[in-house]
Design a protein around this ligand. Sequence first.
Ligand code: CA
Length: 208
Amino acid sequence: MKNILKRVLTCILAIGLVHTFPFAVKAEETGSFKNVALGKTTSSTGRYAPNFDDKYAVDGNVNTSWASGAQESDNKYEKKEGENATIVVDLEENHMISEIYVRTRRDMDQTYTRRNWQVYVSDSPDFKNQKLVGEKKLSGLFKEDLEMKFKTLQKMRYIKVTCSTPNDGMVISEIEAYGYAIGGEETGFAEYSDMESSIKYYSANNAV
Ligand SMILES: [Ca+2]
């Protein structure tokens, strides 16, 4: 009988809590923003093979990847000598972004494909006006990702992930950006002034 009474009281208390704090949490904190990079336009310095095309970095599947370099017969997509491997995601209009994730390869533990990454954002495809928002210097652990969380929402349209060491290969399974579209002109936004102070830089802490 005591147990039943206890359960009833627990239920009443639980219902009370739900009613007291139903929607107090802000959208940013609930992670309710959508991944706006999903299925967007991508470009890159080259792909290793057709099944490692840059489109696989935004297909929502961590088991598929973009890989730089080239193994294709016509070398059409081959990265030039000394060129830094790079992939760009065009969000196709301006967005307010709260978080960006750049995910490493999941199917193979290749340390040399997940180091010296730098992430820039811009309002124009030429990245004339760009800001560094995060970097991953060390390879770190297998399946460890680069995560950037902004203290305030940041305006951007283009996201670029590049390898700071020329001739190093990159494999990225997924680039995710959480936020919402605000539309507007392609250029005209240069409001990154608070980014350095509001951003958290993540670097893998296990040297390989
Ligand atoms: Ca993928």
